[in-house]
Design a protein around this ligand. Sequence first.
Ligand code: ADQ
Length: 476
Amino acid sequence: MSGRDNDFVVVANRLPVDLNTAPDGTRTWSASPGGLVAALSPVLRTQQGCWVGWPGVPDAAPDPFYTDDGILLHPVRLNQADYEGFYEGFSNATLWPLYHDLIVPPVYNLDWWYAYREVNLRFADEVAEVAAEGATVWVQDYQLQLLPGILRQKRPDLTIGFFLHIPFPSADLYSQLPWRDELVRGLLGADVIGFHLESNARNFLDLARRLELPVSGEVSTRKITAHIETPDGRSVGVGAFPISIEVDEFTDFDDAALAGVDKLRADLGTPKHVILGVDRLDYTKGILQRLLAFEELLETGALDPAEVTLVQIATPSRERIEHYKKTRSQVEEAVGRINGSFSQLGKPVVHYQHRSIDKKVLRLLYRLADIMLVTPFKDGMNLVAKEYAACHDDAKGALVLSEFAGAADELPEANLCNPFDIESVKRSLLTAIKGLEDQPEVMAERMRIMHEQVMTHDVKLWSRAFLDSLKEAKRK
Ligand code: ADQ
């Protein structure tokens, strides 16, 4: 089924599939749609497309299968040792903290590096097997940075794009990495390298200059105007392509949906202000800091526990890694402490759920929330901020947003804050609440601008801009 006949191949660490286990123990795989799938489906459908990735469970993989949309899903199998060395180790305990500006110290472990190299080689074998002669291959994210270089050697006929979904650090920070030269060489196998922000792309160009590679042009957004010349005589385009969301999922609130929003507010005890946080439970997201800010506002009486409710939804993530365990226990301790001090019987002041929730419920919560708290210490983009703005065609609500989230570049009308400074988070939260009370028309205008920005810059624009740039780079 996976012959060499796919003209467009997406490669990502995760294949968009879920493993379902029936009550009798039978296991089946099903396709699981997400933002990236939605963005790429039209291209995958029209170009005989294939998605290569790991199904997300060690030592298990379905046979390649077609989704209902006719997209071929081609699994790469990882065993338990790969999972520990490549995924938990090098990807998430080395690269993730390094690229997020050392919020926790990265661990440099030679065995993890070998595992990362080995798994990237395996991905390359699988891609080489399914990609047609002259196909376009789009490699996603930090887990696969060696892949463009390996593929370039194996299959010089391919057009290769690479997109990084997380920030790219300054050359000074990046230079800590013992395997920095190998990773840069890997990336430079691509024809186009895309980042969310121009600042990320500039960091990468600085690094190239430091390695004495000729660099020309200045970076721009959604087009390629900067290039790096490689030692083997190729020109690699570098640019910024801010990712976004599938807006259709977050609009069109009909009467039934609005009734659902009202019911949720009633379920929460009809508080005057609903404050919402939605994140993967990750130390980069600043969940603890926002809880501490909320706690201090309750302690000083700046917020009245009878009037406010904070809802924090946290998806379980990377649960075996030490810093994730620590973050979870700190968050849960803070939730318990705040509720212990300020809740009334049957009326918790913090509602906390450590689980993934259905997108349909999530959009009701976004619509309900008077204030959305998005306070990462560092974030490539942050789609939650954009999902919230998309849900507010009613021009209601306020977004408290970290200056260090990529989304802050496109949403300057948010109430920006510095999550490293609790006073700043407190100030932004109070300013947002006060703004909604005292200057509703000013806040409504700000929300209208943010909503419009997201609606006109959706994920389809992102994928189109990247793929057009890739086509253009190849043509030249
Ligand atoms: P993430 O770090 O996962 O993504 P984010 O961009 O916020 O962060 O995306 C999270 C997604 O998961 C959102 O679509 C959100 O709705 C969903 N989600 C979060 N918690 C949920 C819950 N409890 N239940 C259901 N859904 C939940 C990485 C980078 C980001 C970058 C994206 C895309 O770290 O900076 O924006 O990739 O490039």
